[in-house]
Design a protein around this ligand. Structure first.
Ligand code: CTP
Ligand code: MG
Length: 237
């Protein structure tokens, strides 16, 4: 009897940014929270999840810190060169991933700067999307009343928040489709700030999967304390 091979789940982590808004003297993904770099928290969460087969990490060409990290895993942890923008880094990582994975496997793309991811969020993403034709992303509904402004920072409209969401990561798509979508964005010189946007450009409709709001992207110095607090709670529970 022919048993079709189950799709594997891989992770891609763009970690080639400089962290300008953090204003630290090293790239923010290497700042430590509770004795581990932000990047190690992110990678370890993915690597220790049973469904994840391996990780490809895009690091900057002049990176001097990656070599100091360590991961206790038998799963592949492969690096590749980052690119000019986040989506270039993700595209490079997908190109590398294609040499070891099946092109119909799933890939979960996760920001290096999100250390508070939990297995429950990955479980949920995979459970909801495994049979989905497109894929999707972790997201959470916005809470505040939303305003649109003009160029003078004056309100011109209150936007209905019922249909607005924060896009988080991981974002999960089929390797082949996402690679194609990112290449199309690059070819047309369209800046996409997440994977879903690249898919949307092609008329595809990614699914929103509710994730925990504490899966924050560490962006400014204040976020470090917040992430440290959230991580303490995650470790304790
Ligand atoms: N990233 C990347 N390659 C780039 C730019 C960003 O791999 N050319 C990664 C970052 O390392 C980060 C993720 O994309 O993990 C999200 O980007 P962001 O939070 O904007 O990080 P930075 O670009 O490093 O920060 P900033 O925009 O403040 O400089
Ligand atoms: Mg950036």
């Amino acid at each position: 009897m022919h048993v079709p091979k189950r799709s594997a789940y891989w992770a891609v982590i763009p970690a080639a940014g400089v962290g300008e808004r953090m204003r630290a003297d090293i790239p923010k993904q290497y700042l430590k929270i509770h004795h581990q770099s932000i990047l190690e928290h992110a990678i370890n969460c993915l690597l220790t999840h049973n469904d994840i087969a391996g990780v490809v990490v895009a690091v900057a060409e002049n990176d001097t810190m990656w070599q100091n990290l360590s991961f206790s895993t038998h799963k592949p942890v492969i690096t590749t060169m980052g690119g000019r923008e986040r989506y270039h880094s993700v595209k490079n990582a997908l190109d590398r991933l294609s040499s070891i994975a099946n092109e119909n496997d799933w890939v979960l793309v996760h920001d290096a700067a999100r250390p508070c991811l939990r297995h429950q969020d990955i479980d949920q993403l995979i459970k909801v999307l495994r049979e989905h034709p497109v894929g999707g992303l972790l997201a959470c509904p916005v809470r505040d009343t939303m305003k649109r402004s003009d160029e003078n920072e004056t309100v011109i409209q209150t936007v209905d928040r019922a249909t607005l969401w924060h896009a988080l990561t991981p974002q999960m798509f089929r390797i082949k489709q996402l690679r194609h979508a990112l290449q199309a964005a690059i070819d047309h010189q369209v800046q996409v700030t997440d994977e879903a946007a690249a898919m949307e450009r092609l008329g595809l409709q990614p699914k929103l999967v509710r994730g925990h709001a504490d899966n924050i992207k560490v962006t400014t110095p204040e976020d470090l304390q917040l992430a440290a607090f959230y991580l303490t709670r995650l470790i304790d529970t």
